[in-house]
Design a protein around this ligand. Structure first.
Ligand SMILES: *Cc1c(COP(=O)(O)O)cnc(C)c1O
Length: 236
């Protein structure tokens, strides 16, 4: 096999393994497998590496940068229109319109200014992807997300004042902390606000997240392999 072929076979095998783990975690948690969506996070990886996952039947992908998604995904989506693309990285207000056109779900609504901009752009473009609100459960200064104590008011503002299609909450726990505390907090905020979807859990902890009610797990490394170190945290 050429190197490309070997890489592609590896992606397919890794995807199958992750899918099997998701099945197992859902079953152990007594949850319906259909209630857990695997978002395959393909950031930094090129179309050649993504294609085997599409060929294997996978349809839900995540990217963290608008520009990178614009470079890679229109062609892939044209070939496979059922693909659902999630934005999982910070969104600048000046890219809101483009993001509405490119993404089927935006998981990172994190501040009033962005929420207002999305509402205006939805009105203008007619594109209304499902939205998640990102909560900074660890109150980390360098991390995006609304603070837990501001979450209820922000959720209310987004839904009632702006009429945004908010379907759930998303979080990225601090790397050094026990993720389950953060998953539990996110679940609690969602519950008291009547929101059903929870995007939480990454390669290292998606099984725990499923135990705590994740409806969406965002898994990159375990499927596509490692990335250059900076790419994980950079925004546009
Ligand atoms: C990169 C990224 C992921 C995937 O992380 P892995 O550890 O590679 O699974 C999940 N969520 C967000 C927001 C990311 O930026």
């Amino acid at each position: 096999m050429t190197t490309d072929n070997a890489d592609q076979a590896q992606v397919k095998a890794s995807l199958e393994e992750v899918v099997a783990h998701v099945n197992e975690a859902a079953s152990e948690a007594g949850r319906d497998r259909a209630d857990v969506t695997l978002v395959a996070v393909s950031k930094t990886h090129d179309a050649k590496r993504i294609q085997p996952a599409i060929d294997a039947g996978h349809r839900v992908f995540g990217e963290n940068r608008v520009q990178e998604a614009e470079d890679k995904w229109p062609a892939l989506k044209a070939a496979t229109p059922e693909i659902a693309l999630h934005l999982i990285g910070p969104l600048q207000t000046n890219k809101a319109r483009l993001a509405l056109e490119l993404f089927d779900v935006i998981e990172t609504v994190d501040r009033p200014k962005l929420a207002r901009r999305l509402a205006a752009m939805m009105e203008e473009t007619g594109h209304r992807p499902d939205l998640f609100i990102q909560v900074n459960t660890g109150a980390e200064p360098q991390k995006a997300g609304i603070l837990p104590e501001d979450a209820d008011a922000f959720i209310q503002e987004c839904r009632t004042d702006l009429g945004l299609p908010i379907v759930g909450l998303m979080c990225i726990p601090p790397v050094e902390e026990e993720p389950s505390l953060h998953f539990a907090l996110l679940r609690e905020i969602a519950k008291r606000n009547g929101l059903e979807k929870l995007s939480m859990g990454m390669s290292a902890d998606y099984d725990v997240a499923i135990q705590f009610g994740a409806t969406h797990v965002r898994v990159g490394t375990a499927i596509f392999g490692s990335r250059p170190p900076l790419a994980t945290t950079q925004a546009d």
